[in-house]
Design a protein around this ligand. Structure first.
Ligand code: HEC
Length: 198
């Protein structure tokens, strides 16, 4: 009897944590694009270069950051999205909180799971300031109206809900911890490689 009750409690806990991991609220759209200090934008440009954002998010001969490049995975192709500030097809309606959630937890503004082809398991270690700088940089690029094509993934991998399970197993969120055995320069380099350079 006691065993059954314990099994029941465990089942309820698992289902509860599963639902919490699957469901994420949508974050309200931005009404207007904010302005950013020039130094923050410049810092974001450097970080975007270290993080190779343009490499995945631009097709050859395409407009920078407008997306469309197919990133092959062992299961199929995931297309990098438009991360220019176009309000309809890019991230123009994303608040900084929405951007930070995508970078840290792999959840888009609407609350959908993103494939870990976007290296959020690494970006999750990035500092608030660095994520804010990347956001400032992207939100001040020229908006490009370009819809990203649908991913080529077989059933059931085309179902983003499965990523909640992947995240529970593999995503380890939390800040980057400096190694006290090394100096600040070493740690800054290690952080850039691990958290931004992925
Ligand atoms: C290895 C390729 C790769 C790199 C490098 C990369 N991304 Fe992505 N990114 C993707 C893919 C693929 C998606 C779409 C994932 C999906 O559809 O689930 C994506 C999605 C996103 C999204 C969500 C956008 C949306 O419309 O849902 C944001 C924001 C983003 N990336 C920002 C960045 C930033 C900032 C950098 C650099 C610091 C970066 N990415 C580097 C591949 C990459």
């Amino acid at each position: 009897m006691a065993n059954k009750r314990i099994a029941g409690i465990i089942a309820v806990l698992l289902i509860g944590s599963g639902c919490a991991a699957v469901w994420h609220p949508s974050i309200a759209p931005l009404a207007a694009r904010p302005a950013f200090p020039t130094e923050q934008i410049a810092r974001g440009a450097e970080l975007a270069a270290v993080g190779d954002c343009a490499v995945c998010h631009t097709v050859s001969q395409g407009r920078p950051y407008a997306g469309g490049r197919g990133v092959p995975t062992p299961f199929g192709t995931v297309y990098a999205t438009n991360i220019t500030p176009d309000p309809d097809t890019g991230i123009g309606q994303w608040s900084e909180a929405a951007f930070q959630r995508a970078m840290r937890d792999g959840i888009d503004r609407a609350g959908r799971h993103l494939y870990p082809v976007l290296p959020y398991p690494h970006f999750t270690r990035a500092s608030d300031d660095d994520i804010a700088a990347l956001y400032a940089f992207l939100m001040t690029r020229a908006p490009v109206h370009q819809t990203t094509r649908a991913n080529d993934l077989p059933f059931p991998l085309d179902n983003r809900v499965l990523l909640a399970g992947w995240n529970l197993l593999y995503l380890n969120t939390g800040p980057w911890h400096p190694d006290p055995a090394h100096d600040a320069d070493w740690n800054r380099g290690a952080y850039l490689i691990e958290a931004i350079g992925h």
